[in-house]
Design a protein around this ligand. Structure first.
Ligand code: ADP
Ligand code: MG
Length: 376
């Protein structure tokens, strides 16, 4: 066990790294962030910010020397950097899970190999495979790059076969999956913590609404049947077990014709788990610290129904939004990530609205969003 007072680190300095550091500091750990950006959200709250490229060996050496354990903020951190660090200190999550989750081809193949349900898909690594893939998958379909995509980036919607070649070219002829575009009844997610003794604790299922490929709101608990909620939790647990995962993991689901399909796996805390910062006994970031430090997972019980609302850079028109309009609501909890520059689509923060009546929480959320200048 790595106990408070010791130093732990995170590779990557965005908002997820920041909230990891905040949770770690609350528990009494010293924190180190490695990130190339001088103003990174996590770097500014950590005890130490090593400002360097993720592949910089001397920076990794310094980090590994100082930290008892290191985790990653997101799955796209170079595998070699994690391998390098693993010779110097305790590292989580393990390389195998990261390898699978960072690549849609590996991820979907892994799910298929374990009889876990996914949308119909085919792998496309060169032009010759496009025609066969569209025959097998059907249209409409989404062509998604295997790596590097997030917030709906690296995806092209295909409605006619004739669009395929151009779409593949626009994505840069990189390995892709072609996936059937489905009529979704709902999007759901389960965040969980799995410790090295194989014990898993799941958070309540979140019901997620996306806009333009980016998460907009999460409603918790999801307004679904107890059976469906149990199925989602069981599927997420199976994913974690098959990955022999240790850490915090999020599984995204589609609900199509009453059945759950697994969309994506994130080997880390997830945007749809930000409700846990205010609405559960233990936040997903405290859980990440606990899993990294070989401590048992904390209680994942929900304290109150909650709506999580993302705040994107679109709300900033030269000046920040009028926060007083949010802060006057006692049920609303604001979290800003300290990003200097607001850009459309950039995640700047979020707010959670807690209310015993989820309908009220939704209404208050909507009122606040309108007051902040986002009529949607
Ligand atoms: P990202 O890595 O960008 O989150 P996702 O594959 O999760 O990529 O896609 C982002 C969003 O796009 C999803 O949450 C969903 O709203 C929509 N989407 C993705 N795949 C499909 C699909 N096969 N059918 C319908 N909608 C989809
Ligand atoms: Mg996604």
């Amino acid at each position: 066990m790595i106990l408070p007072g010791e130093t732990i680190g995170v590779l990557g300095g965005g908002q997820l790294g920041r909230m990891f550091c905040e949770a770690a500091r609350t528990l009494g750990y010293q924190t180190v962030v490695l990130d190339p950006d001088r103003d990174s959200p996590a770097g500014t709250v950590a005890d130490q910010h090593i400002q360097a490229d993720y592949r910089d060996e001397s920076a990794l050496l310094e980090m590994g020397g100082q930290c008892a354990a290191v985790t990653v903020e997101f799955e796209n951190v170079p595998a070699e950097s994690m391998r390098y660090l693993s010779r110097l200190c305790h590292v989580r999550p393990g390389p195998d899970a990261l390898k699978i989750c960072r690549d849609r081809i590996r991820e979907k193949t892994f799910l298929q190999d374990h009889d876990l349900p996914t949308a119909p898909f085919m792998t496309v690594v060169n032009e010759n495979q496009l025609e066969g893939a569209v025959k097998a998958v059907g249209l409409p379909a989404l062509l998604k790059t295997a790596t590097g995509g997030y917030d709906g980036k690296g995806q092209q919607l295909i409605t006619e076969e004739a669009q395929l070649e151009l779409a593949f070219t626009e994505l840069g002829h990189v390995p892709c999956v072609l996936e059937r575009y489905l009529e979704l009844s709902l999007e759901l997610s389960v965040v969980l913590a799995r410790s090295s003794d194989g014990i898993t604790r799941c958070y309540p299922v979140a019901e997620n609404c996306h806009k333009g490929g980016i998460l907009d709101t999460s409603v918790v608990p999801a307004r679904i049947s107890a059976t469906l909620s149990m199925q989602a939790t069981q599927l997420a647990t199976k994913v974690a077990d098959h990955l022999e995962f240790i850490g915090v993991l999020a599984v995204e689901f589609f609900l199509v014709d009453g059945s759950l399909l697994i969309n994506e796996i994130a080997p880390r805390p997830h945007n749809s788990g930000h409700f846990t910062l205010n609405a559960t006994v233990t936040s997903q970031f405290e859980q990440q610290v606990r899993m990294l430090c070989e401590l048992p997972a904390g209680d994942t019980s929900l304290l109150s129904p909650v709506v999580m609302n993302n705040l994107l850079g679109d709300l900033w028109n030269d000046a920040p939004p009028p926060w007083e309009r949010l802060l006057k609501h006692p049920e609303a909890k604001l979290h800003l990530y300290g990003k200097r520059e607001a850009r459309p689509g950039r995640k700047m923060g979020h707010f959670n609205v807690l209310h015993p009546d989820i309908g009220r929480a939704l209404l208050i959320s909507k009122e606040i969003r309108t007051a902040l200048g986002n009529a949607g």
